[in-house]
Write a protein that binds this ligand. Structure first.
Ligand SMILES: Cc1ncc(COP(=O)(O)O)c(C=O)c1O
Length: 492
């Protein structure tokens, strides 16, 4: 990290459109590919010819429309009503209402705000709490932090990685405003016991949100292919809201999600209205004010184009890829698949000779795979749950499974002969004693440098040494370092 602040670069003189586009395309050169089924996190490739072009054209047809005011742009309301209706028809129950949002995080933030405000209005709760399994997505913690709600985290079953419904039930008290279940969880791809959790919440008069951000647009279609999928949506008694991202297994471009509520009375707590200023009267259903109609239009177009038959066929391809990958992984010595993955998500760890997860080997494997052109996502150990590599499978993966397994075997061989990476125990002990809140810029810079995080020098190509260190650090210090590091990437 440089001590000197980087001077801001002024906007250069205007250039022809083609030049600018050429530069943009070149910038993409260093990124992971978003198409082709080799990047196993962050991207969803339907492998459907023409789908990207359709989304781009639909976006550009609506790019200049402002979704802030549907009385001026009534087609925005038509598109949103169409999308929410299509989602409610698959995941809802009679009377549900919903909203199109920018993504899973926003849908979750809104569901938590709605629950907080509903509990205050109907039960007088002033110190709101959110009960969630430890595998619930980090977005709930973000929502809790933004909204002044206290998270109450309940450990999951260490073998199945599913929420423990009895433990969740026991954590509910008179301050609980919302209980969470995932269908499935991102980390391990397993579906929580939604019916039991929702029943426990209902018994105490508490709302229950199902986070189906990643599973909501694949699980119902997997069911249509004949696979067994447990009930998880708003038709389950006690489930009062649900989030589903269309920019995941809906294959829309990023910026597309829906949050559903059991009825209008609940949804109204999500809306923000303000007439106490001299400007236009404001009614914002979501976090954003001004928003492009483009994201809505592209999601609408993709849903309509793929259709029910298309989503069923795509879910079948993901399931097929998942079956073949799981069979290959389970046959590989030392590999342990975590839990019983329900949809397209797979997480596995590597056990060492002592039967415990071998973090160093796992991270070397991720690095070796990256060198072979595959991105597998490292997930660190947490509260007794093993570190692992996560793969989000998409239809585009289906044609890659054999190549992936072959490269995995080769990469594992290479990883096994690399010297193990480990953290100096003295350093780990020292770090454990640090108070992240009391660290100044110099100390932070020192720790980042020690961890090999030098944004000026570019990101490390092999991440094993860094991740082994991060894995050993206590959570708050890890969070502080990561935030500092990302802040130093965004230099200005
Ligand atoms: C289960 C689950 N919930 C929430 C989110 C957050 O969604 P987003 O990244 O769209 O904000 C994700 C993202 O992967 C997810 O898998």
């Amino acid at each position: 990290m440089s001590a000197e602040p980087t001077p801001p670069a002024a906007l250069p003189p205007g250039r022809p459109a083609e030049d600018v586009l050429t530069e943009l395309r070149a910038l993409r050169g260093g990124d992971a590919p978003t198409r082709g089924g080799r990047t196993f996190a962050y991207v969803y490739d339907a492998g459907v010819d023409g789908l990207d072009a359709l989304a781009a054209q639909a976006y550009s047809a609506y790019a200049t429309v402002n979704g802030l005011d549907m009385t001026v742009f009534p087609s925005v309301a038509r598109l949103e009503n169409d999308i929410v209706a299509a989602v409610a028809a698959v995941l809802g129950a009679p009377g549900v209402q919903g909203t199109f949002t920018s993504g899973g995080t926003e849908s979750i933030l809104l569901a938590v705000k709605t629950a907080r405000d509903h509990a205050r209005a109907t039960r007088g709760v002033t110190e709101p709490r959110l009960v969630l399994p430890s595998t619930a997505h980090a977005a709930f913690h973000k929502a809790a932090a933004y909204l002044g709600v206290r998270p109450v985290v309940v450990p999951v079953d260490p073998v199945t990685f599913r929420a423990d419904a009895a433990a969740v039930a026991a954590a509910i008290d008179e301050r609980t405003v919302l209980v969470v279940a995932s269908a499935p969880s991102y980390a391990h791809g397993v579906v929580d016991p939604v019916a039991e959790i929702a029943a426990a919440a209902a018994e105490r008069g508490v709302l229950c949100h199902v986070d189906a951000c990643i599973g909501g647009w694949i699980l119902p279609y997997l069911r249509r292919t004949g696979r067994e999928v447990p009930p998880f949506d708003l038709s389950v008694p006690g489930v009062t809201s649900l989030s589903v991202d269309l920019h995941k297994y809906g294959y829309a471009d990023k910026g597309a999600s829906v949050v559903l509520y059991r009825d209008a009375e609940l949804r109204r707590h999500q809306y923000f209205a303000h007439a106490g200023w001299p400007g236009y009267p404001v009614v914002n259903p979501t976090v954003q004010g001004t928003k492009s109609g483009g994201l809505l239009a592209q999601a609408w177009a993709v849903l309509r184009h793929v259709g029910e038959d298309g989503y069923t066929a795509l879910a079948g391809r993901v399931a097929d890829a998942s079956d073949r990958l799981l069979a290959g992984l389970r046959a590989a010595p030392g590999v342990r698949v975590l839990g019983d993955p329900a949809a397209g998500l797979v997480a596995f760890t590597l056990d060492g000779a002592d039967g415990a997860p071998d973090l160093s080997l796992l991270l070397h494997l991720a690095d070796e795979m990256r060198e072979r052109g595959w991105y597998l996502q490292p997930q660190l150990s947490f509260d007794g749950l093993p570190p692992n590599l996560h793969l989000t499978l998409t239809p585009a993966t289906a044609g890659q499974v054999d190549a992936l397994l072959a490269d995995l075997a080769d990469a594992l061989k290479a990883a096994r002969v690399l010297p193990p990476v480990a953290v100096d125990p003295a350093l780990a002990e020292l770090a454990a004693g640090l108070d992240p809140a009391a660290l100044g810029p110099e100390e932070i810079a020192g720790v980042l440098a020690f961890a090999g995080l030098d944004p000026q020098g570019g990101l490390p190509t092999r991440t094993a040494p860094l991740l082994v260190l991060l894995d050993a650090l206590p959570g708050p210090l890890k969070e502080r370092l990561l935030a500092e590091f990302v802040g130093s990437i965004f230099r200005i």
